[in-house]
Design a protein around this ligand. Structure first.
Ligand code: GUN
Ligand code: ZN
Length: 437
């Protein structure tokens, strides 16, 4: 009989089951004031009340106690660009000019393997210090950039989804591949990395304007040949972008139809932004079981627009939440949820603390078809979790005195929290980040 490898005692919060609407969350939330989590081989072996579970702790098993903290499942960031960490907060432009002036020149550097390796380590460290344990990541057009990221993620045993950008037009020559070279390089990367440990591959056409029809066809071919891979791209983020797509693909009925035509919709297909969808595009996302990555800090920073989450709820389309570094401005999912709340406020829409935490954990896992593996503390799942400090700052400690219940505490964590709120981060049952105090 194998032994429990660690026990964690503290206050826990997660959601026991996926929910189809926000009103169900109050019934599925699990809040244990004095709880116990038993870990074995990177998985959750037992979860429940301390009093009920304390006898199950093996004699030599270490017990990590976290009084005055709150332990939640690791955060899931459904859309982020690792090579753009170095250009966060670049002043002055909206999407298309921002790509030309900032994103493309930064991505050029990732042809250098050593540079990519250094930045991949930096990126993984940023995720962990913000409590993000799973991310769906854009690399650059260079296969070396993907090698570097998967290598860095594998060192920490992280569940990371990533892929090589496919891009053969409308970008600087130094960043272009071809339909054939993008197919060959993506295929090699899939064969090497997809499902290796916890790693997963995403076929990654950057967005419709930077791929020829021939390249999109190759992307669709890869998706057919490797149906259990992911697909990630951008969709309807910015008004000028949408107009451009219409002139580039006049034969298609709309922006999403470009992807749909080439077989790039479906389960495990994730579309970032979706700020300006037509009615039939919402229906098509639902019909194909595609998912949306809502990127509030990016949509505000690049002046793109306000994502209509109520519409997504009505249409029953799966939505995950994402930072979109470096169009987005923070690695922190807490800050991202705070900005999501404000995006909703500007539209007179509601966004509860429960919905916020759900969307960054089990809801995100469901949108990425990973809810059988991660997203809560259910027995058998992979043990990725975060120990939050609700009193990380003097202000937060003061605010805590007037917080009435757990929903209040969660909401304060979102609105006032950042990387200082992340006390410890665990991946695959191992402590991988401690706040520098
Ligand atoms: N659309 C195409 N490429 C990008 C990118 O790098 N960032 C954002 N926010 N939108 C994009
Ligand atoms: Zn993006």
């Amino acid at each position: 009989e194998s032994q429990t490898t660690a026990a964690i005692r503290g206050q826990f919060l997660d959601f026991a089951d996926v929910a189809d609407c926000p009103s169900e969350l109050a019934d599925t939330v699990r809040h244990l004031k004095d709880g116990l989590l038993l870990l074995r081989n990177g998985h959750i072996e037992w979860f429940g009340d301390w009093e009920e579970g304390r006898d199950k702790i093996a004699e030599n098993c270490p017990v990590h106690q976290y009084p005055d903290k709150l332990i939640v499942p690791g955060f899931i960031d459904a859309h982020i660009h690792y090579p753009q960490a170095e250009i966060v907060g670049a002043h002055g432009e909206q999407l298309l000019e921002w790509l030309e002036n900032y994103a493309f020149p930064a991505e050029r550097k990732y042809q250098d393997k050593a540079y990519a390796a250094k930045m991949a380590d930096f990126f993984i460290d940023q995720l962990l210090r913000n409590g993000t344990t799973t991310a769906m990541v854009f690399c650059t057009v260079h296969p070396e950039s993907v090698e570097a990221l998967f290598t860095a993620a594998e060192k920490q045993n992280m569940r990371i989804i990533a892929g090589k950008i496919m891009m053969d037009r409308n970008a600087p020559q130094y960043l272009l591949d071809t339909p054939e070279s993008s197919y060959d390089a993506s295929r090699k990367l899939i064969e090497k990395w997809h499902k290796r440990g916890r790693l997963l591959y995403a076929i990654t056409p950057r967005f419709a304007p930077t791929s020829s029809p021939e390249q999109l066809e190759m992307a669709g071919r890869l998706k057919k040949e490797f149906p259990d891979t992911y697909m990630q791209t951008h969709l309807s983020e910015n008004a000028d972008e949408i107009k451009w797509v219409r002139t580039l693909f006049p034969e298609r009925s709309g922006y999403l139809d470009v992807y749909h035509h080439y077989g790039l919709t479906g389960t495990r297909c994730v579309f970032a932004h979706c700020v300006y969808l037509e009615d039939q595009e919402w229906d098509s996302l639902l019909d194909t079981d595609s998912a949306i990555a809502f990127c509030p800090t990016s949509n505000l920073f690049l002046g793109s627009g306000l994502f209509d989450l109520n519409r997504a709820r009505e249409k029953q389309v799966n939505v995950a939440i994402a930072t979109d570094i470096g169009g987005g401005t923070s690695f922190s999912m807490l800050k991202t949820l705070s900005e999501a709340y404000k995006v909703m406020q500007l539209q007179k829409q509601k966004f509860s603390a429960y919905e916020a935490f759900y969307s960054a954990t089990l809801g995100g896992a469901r949108a990425l078809s990973l809810d059988h593996l991660i997203g809560n503390f259910s027995v058998g799942k992979e043990a990725d979790f975060v120990v939050l400090d609700p009193a990380a700052t003097v202000l937060q400690a003061k605010r805590l005195e007037t917080s009435k219940n757990i929903a209040d505490l969660l909401f304060n964590l979102i609105i006032l929290g950042d990387d200082r709120s992340i006390f410890h981060t665990y991946v695959n049952g191992c402590l991988v980040h401690k706040r520098d105090d």
